[in-house]
Design a protein around this ligand. Sequence first.
Ligand code: ZN
Length: 709
Amino acid sequence: MDDRFKIPVEQLTEDEAKGELHRLATLIAEYDKAYFEFDAPIVDDATYDQVRLRHKAIEARFPSLVSPDSPSRRVGSKASTRFAKVRHLYPMLSLDNAFKQEDISEFLARTRRFLGLDAETVIPLIAEPKIDGVSCSLRYERGKLVKGATRGDGIEGEDVTENVKTIQDIPHSIPTSFDVLEIRGEVYLMHKAFQMLNQQREKEGEALFANPRNAAAGSLRQLDPGVTASRPLKFFAYSLGETPKSFGTHESVLNQLKKWGFPVSTLIESCSAINEIMTYHARLESLRADLGFDIDGTVYKINRLDWQERLGFVSRAPRWAIAHKFPAEQAQTTLRQISIQVGRTGVLTPVAHLDPVTVGGVVVSRATLHNEDELRRKDIRIGDTVMIQRAGDVIPQVVKVITLEGQARQAPFQFPLKCPVCDSIVERKEGEAARRCTGGLICQAQASLRLRHFVSREAFDIEGLGTKHIETFFNLGVIRNPVDIFTFEQRNKNSSHPLKMWEGWGEKSAENLFSAINQKRIISLDRFIYALGIYQIGQTSARLLARHYGSYEVWIQAMTAAARAGTGTGTIIATAEDASSLEDLVNIDGIGPGMAEDLLCFFREPHNLDLLAQLVGPQIKVSDFKSAISRSSPIAGRTVVFTGTLTTLTRAEAKARAESLGAKVSTSVSSKTDYVITGNDAGSKAAKARELGVTILGEKEWLALLGEA
Ligand SMILES: [Zn+2]
């Protein structure tokens, strides 16, 4: 185990936990971006999994610190823009990971608790090899293959229909009476095919694929299906998008997939007791080297579909399945140089440049060193011989320094005290492992990236104002902040050297750019909040806030009031109303005190308020949030609080159900609460509800309201 995380999760204070969660979330975001958007992972799977696991463990211990943007709530990254988008009928989620026997036991125990099973009840599982390929969804209508899509972010993938049609393992039609079926499986490449492909590429002077998974992904995501057809891609089917109830078990699904003509792994077996499970896993690992294709672990799925349905999903992963990963691979090499990268949030990350070395078949020359603490703890110095580690397909981490007899060492690496990009002071907040550049908008690494975020597809979505242009305009001082984008045309008109005269620009292209900007002068509240790039406030939390406050005016008023009530400068006298705004914000389920504080930090900065005042009104209009949740649900948009012990379903089930029907689940009762649902032993919350005149429902009445009694 990596010694980076020196404080055991159970010993973290809430403050430390908050800092760690920030740091880990930032890391995960960087890893995901490199992996999903640039096909160029910067850490190995083991590190990635470890970071995610620790993040999850901290969240589990401090549920109030879980942010709606938490990496635990999303899968992967947005699909690349080169292909048309396909919305999956049912989300394609990823699996939680396990590494040790205890993790599997915990999975079984959790399942037992959730379903309310006693210790004697057998939980039948299906164990399958976890193929290290590209997840793919195939849509059949009346038995005809009509659509093939990659997983993408789990909600939306890339349309690769023509490409999957070239894969021999995938039938173009299947004998079925179902109108619509989604077949899920993994596209992969055999080791032999991978080697031949790379030999071919070497001959033609093309870049080599790092591993079979990357080669499969690259082959599937070809704009020319002819190229895909020339690569011997293979396919294993393992599930249906939504499984008709008539199947009863996952096993019968697999049998049906076989009958339809899909390849299904022959290594799949049923098991239930923990010793059976561990035996299967060990056997699979011993077979691993001879399979001819990559697997990276075992997947266990609960066999009973009715149990799967009850267990449902946590936002990122199903509760009825878990992936049991194989351990990582290691190698030694020399560390030649350490460089410092500055991220969008200003975080300084040390990067190790290594003598290229092959680890598990992949040539590796760079590794992230995470942060200053890690560097110091491991005492990693330039020139050292280091042990590096990777599991799947990405650039590894430096595990430790190998001390060689008689090897002279250089002085310890000095972490810079000034930002290498803008020369601003680098600070380190208490409880955070990361050093950050304080330059903010004046730091080119941050400002241009913040501007890029501001105009990105999920934010203002200004077409024609891409990375390259933002970078140029920023460097020339034409666009330094969001307001500048919208005043550009006016300033340009009065300029002695207008844009149309610039190299690479003309009358038409300049006009197009200004028109693209002008088209985006109205933006919905959720997108606007997201565009501001406030630390920790991503799309999900922006949407939560927008749904809660509805309009820009209400939001701003509530934020400035809450900022006065929070732990601000102390010179401002907060009113009782301010305090209630703060309480209201913190009580939004999914926001919590940690995230609220980051949000309010933004509102305590006078220069941010100036920016908003110059932007909203003079330049742009922010439209009210329109909820996309079905209005037919009787609880859509209502705020509910659960209290006491429910009898027919667990609290987790009840909360997930309410949210899926569009309700806002709050943790405490206020005058803004619509319903308080009381189980057995309901205590002070029920009393408070009575006091405030909030509608109180028993469990039966609640289910009746949902039409489920
Ligand atoms: Zn800087």
